[in-house]
Design a protein around this ligand. Structure first.
Ligand SMILES: [Zn+2]
Ligand SMILES: [Zn+2]
Length: 447
């Protein structure tokens, strides 16, 4: 019996080790580091080029071509382009046996922002055709760095093909920033286009740059980024003269009641479970002496988790219907562009901590509180069933004694994402390349 058990355990061990080869500790770290050094200047050049030629969501045709041309030059096993509509996926099959598949993901769209950052590769681009434009365009969220870092990781890992036990997918996605209403977010659109149909990754790793100290890596356990939705409230009234409101039906008091009702939702949800509802745009056809027929108001809802969001949706629906009825009008609520929460599950955090510490050192990793900004990397992570999404600091800042982020030098920051002066220092690009490569190799080696 003991012998049989021992044999069974040995057989299990053998079976596992055939699927997931065991590498000597840190066997590939030095090789990744050397290659990241080698490609650092190329990564900087790609970053500057993409930064100077920013493109808005779902219109990133030039950026996608730059990325695809690079992946093709690496002779990956497969490079798929034009996915929903500009997504690019590269597949690299390793030279060692291994069943695991890992995906590394970067977004590459820019924002309608006029850049004020003082960098030699500053954007001066204007998009004349984007709905609601013309708009100045800039990489005010750092997705230029995301794209360049993943291009660099592809170079590093392609050069290590013989040492890779499994398959690596490089996912470059469009439209992470909210695309125009009626258009799809990039991750959702790529999933609908079937990017995981032939090859199903078991983990997705991704990152976002932010104003934290240079080269510091932060992650939350549990919710990393909250969930988001866009709401459209449509109120139908009856147009009339401004001096004779009793002759028509004024939709404005309904909107006011809805706004007040939404404010009460904060008191119906546990105060520890963060949420925001903001109406940011109101359209109506009226003037000083005309009460308009119709109001369309749009806004955004954020919540700390998917279940809180579900609860909010039911409550908003009730407020909208009843506020309209109170005034004898009708109103509808539409909910679009749902992005699920990004969740770093504890078992994945535990594994990734070791990875991050090998790349930047323990003292340069930090725990974060959840962010209310969304990221649709969650769509890929949920579909894969695992992975980690982390934040990479890229500004001249430091933590003060209370853990707040403050400037490390004059003009160093912190400057938040989406601010016209947002910047990311080139020196952290190599850190991002290494984080991508380490996280992929660690997963494939079963670390
Ligand atoms: Zn952003
Ligand atoms: Zn972003």
């Amino acid at each position: 019996m003991p012998n049989q058990l021992t044999n069974a355990v040995a057989a299990m061990f053998l079976a596992t080790s055939m699927i997931v080869p065991v590498a000597a500790a840190d066997a590939y770290d030095a090789r990744i580091d050397a290659l990241a050094d080698k490609y650092e200047s190329a990564v900087m050049a790609w970053r500057h080029d993409i930064h100077q030629n920013p493109e808005l969501s779902n219109r990133e045709f030039r950026t996608a071509k730059v990325i695809a041309d690079h992946l093709k030059s690496l002779k990956l096993d497969e490079v798929r382009t034009g996915i929903a509509p500009t997504g690019v996926v590269g597949i690299l099959r390793g030279g060692k046996p291994g069943d695991r598949v890992v995906a590394l993901r970067a977004d590459f769209d820019a924002l309608p922002v006029k850049e004020t950052a003082d960098v030699p590769f500053k954007s001066t681009r204007i998009d004349n055709d984007y709905p609601g434009g013309p708009f100045p365009v800039a990489h005010a969220c750092g997705h230029d760095t995301h794209a360049a870092m993943l291009m660099g990781a592809a170079s590093v890992l392609a050069a290590m093909r013989d040492e890779i036990p499994g398959t690596i997918m490089f996912i470059f996605q469009p439209a992470e920033e909210g695309p125009p209403l009626g258009e799809q977010f990039g991750a959702d659109a790529m999933m609908k286009a079937g990017v995981f149909e032939e090859l199903q990754p078991g983990a997705v790793f991704g990152m976002h740059v932010a104003y934290f100290p240079l080269g510091h890596v932060g992650f939350a356990t549990g919710v990393q980024n909250g969930t988001s939705e866009v709401i459209t409230i449509d109120i139908e009234g009856v147009q009339t003269h401004g001096s004779m409101p009793f002759m028509g039906k004024d939709p404005l008091p309904v909107l006011a009641a809805i706004n007040d009702g939404f404010a009460q939702i904060y008191r119906q949800i546990d105060a520890n479970r963060a949420m925001t509802i903001s109406i940011g745009k109101i359209d109506t056809v009226g003037r000083s002496n005309i009460i308009g027929q119709h109001i369309v108001a749009t806004g955004t809802v954020r919540a700390i988790s998917d279940d809180v969001m579900k609860d909010i949706n039911t409550r908003m629906q009730r407020v909208v219907e009843n506020a309209a009825e109170m005034h004898g009008l009708t109103a509808t609520l539409e909910i679009d562009q749902h992005v699920p929460a990004v969740v770093n599950r504890p078992e994945w955090v535990e594994r990734f901590e070791g990875t991050a510490e090998r790349v930047v050192g323990k003292e340069q990793t930090f725990t974060m509180r959840p962010s209310m900004g969304y990221d649709d990397v969650s769509v890929f992570m949920n579909a894969a069933g695992g992975g980690i999404y982390w934040i990479l600091g890229g500004q001249h800042t430091k933590f003060d004694e209370e853990g707040n982020v403050v400037a490390a030098e004059a003009g160093g920051g912190p400057i938040p994402n989406h601010n016209p002066a947002f910047y990311i220092d080139d020196s952290v690009l190599k850190v991002g390349v290494r984080l991508h490569a380490y996280s992929a190799m660690d997963y494939l080696y079963g670390k």
